[in-house]
Design a binder for this molecule. Structure first.
Ligand code: CAA
Length: 404
């Protein structure tokens, strides 16, 4: 990629090295066992990869307030070898971005250096059984208790739950309020009243745990209320997702790239009708379409991540565009890759079906692709005010539509 700088390439190469040395050889085993691969966490920490999105002032490697582009480059390389490891890594950004966007100086100083070293693993507790896409419909409550807070309720789909020691938890603190109903809290795994409930048995990303998390009157001081002020939880959740969604896009695009590479090799070895199958134009067309879609997603993700890092006002739209486009693309490309492997592609002896299983969740989590389209459309409608001057180019018989 010509415009990546030396630092970008440094992180890309480090991630690639860990992916090929440690992750790919164990991907099938991790998928089968469905256990958290601590050896991989150690290798990621040793390579310093948990530093990439964290500011230098808090033990990280980022010159700015975050570095979404470097995060994306790393997630892409890891996911190329194993999509599960891609999210096992990226979810630490999702869980610590709330601290970066909304934490007090003390909270950042206390927690971020441990995240950067890989010692503290993070999880993001927003979703509940009855609050998925409708993220404001939370039932988990944060109730004032003297100068502290008690958290009551259950969260669903906590990725990294059980492995993580830091949980950012979104809870309703003012149920009667019109806005500012929700606050975010920092919960540590050792806090009394915190426990892990059901451990999910998943279609894909099987090496990373997804669990229910239970908060049975967990008591936290005001120092664990994100930002030190109640009522900003929803805003911080949305700002976090804006930063994190390009990471899901990169997980998807890395999966597509990995599937394309495997399919390219397989079709150059497999022979039918006396020729390798990659000599058939129908196969070549599928390979070419896979490459075109993967590359288009890569360009969109890097551009979106770069725009976010330089403080574009269009962060929400760019983030949703990249997530939606790349994850729909990955589902198609990984499915095409299975098709190119034929009957063998459907079998677990071959590495390719896992790519398709791992890809599916990327269209669902961190906001379904229906929610992404909603976010994109809402932003487009808001931006349409900038093009009001175009009304004069629309025929006058439609004037009544504008007049209302
Ligand atoms: N940045 C800052 N503020 C934002 C914002 C953003 N991107 N988006 C919205 N807000 C603010 C609005 O300005 C508004 O503020 P005011 O009340 O002051 O006006 C407030 O938030 C409410 O905004 P909306 O009216 O737009 O909210 P909504 O209820 O209509 O919901 C939504 C919008 C986009 C559908 C949102 O609920 C959403 O993103 N849903 C999906 C949630 C999601 O992604 N969940 C996944 C959780 S993580 C996961 O998947 C698990 C894992 O571990 C990997």
């Amino acid at each position: 990629m010509p415009w990546l700088n030396d630092e970008n390439r440094h992180w890309q190469e480090k991630a690639r090295e860990v992916a090929e040395r440690v992750i790919r050889p164990l991907a099938a085993e991790h998928d089968r066992k469905q256990e958290y691969p601590w050896k991989v966490r150690d290798a990621l920490a040793e390579a310093g990869l948990f530093k990439v999105w964290i500011p230098k002032a808090y033990g990280g490697a980022s010159e700015g307030s975050q570095n979404v582009l470097n995060l994306c480059l790393v997630v892409e390389q890891l996911s190329r070898a194993c999509g599960g490891i891609g999210v096992l890594f990226a979810v630490n950004a999702l869980g610590s971005f709330p601290l970066i966007v909304g934490g007090t100086e003390e909270q950042k100083k206390k927690y971020l250096p441990r995240v950067a070293s890989g010692e503290t693993l993070c999880a993001f507790c927003l979703s509940e059984k009855t609050a998925g896409s409708d993220a404001q419909a939370l039932k988990v409550r944060g109730v004032a208790d003297g100068d502290a807070w008690r958290i009551h309720g259950e969260k669903k789909w906590t990725t990294n739950g059980g492995a993580a020691n830091l949980y950012t938890v979104f809870a309703v603190t003012d149920p009667e309020a019109k806005g500012k109903r929700i606050s975010a809290f920092i919960v540590e795994s050792g806090d009394a009243g915190f426990s892990i409930g059901k451990v999910e048995d998943k279609m894909g990303i099987r090496c990373v745990p997804v669990v229910e998390t239970i908060f049975d009157g967990v008591k936290v001081g005001n120092d664990r209320l994100l930002g030190g002020k109640p009522g900003y939880g929803f805003k911080h959740a949305m700002e976090t997702l804006d930063l994190a969604r390009p990471g899901v896009a990169s997980q998807a695009m890395g999966l597509a790239q990995g599937a394309l590479e495997l399919a390219t090799v397989y079709t150059s070895k497999r022979s039918q009708f006396g020729a390798t199958v990659n000599s058939f134009q129908m196969v070549q067309q599928i390979l070419a379409d896979m490459a075109m879609r993967t590359e288009a997603s890569r360009q969109l993700i890097y551009a979106a991540a770069h725009a976010i890092d330089i403080g574009s006002p269009l962060v929400t739209k760019f983030s949703a565009l990249s997530k939606c486009f790349a994850t729909d693309m990955a589902m198609q490309v990984t499915t095409d890759a299975v098709q190119l492997f034929g009957g063998y592609g459907y079998m677990k002896d071959y590495p390719i079906e896992k790519y398709m299983r791992d890809a599916k969740i990327t269209q669902i989590y961190e906001g379904t692709n229906q929610v992404q389209r909603l976010v994109i459309a809402r932003n487009l409608i808001r931006e349409s005010a900038n093009f009001a001057f175009l009304r004069e180019f629309i025929p006058t018989e439609n004037q009544n539509l504008f007049d209302g």
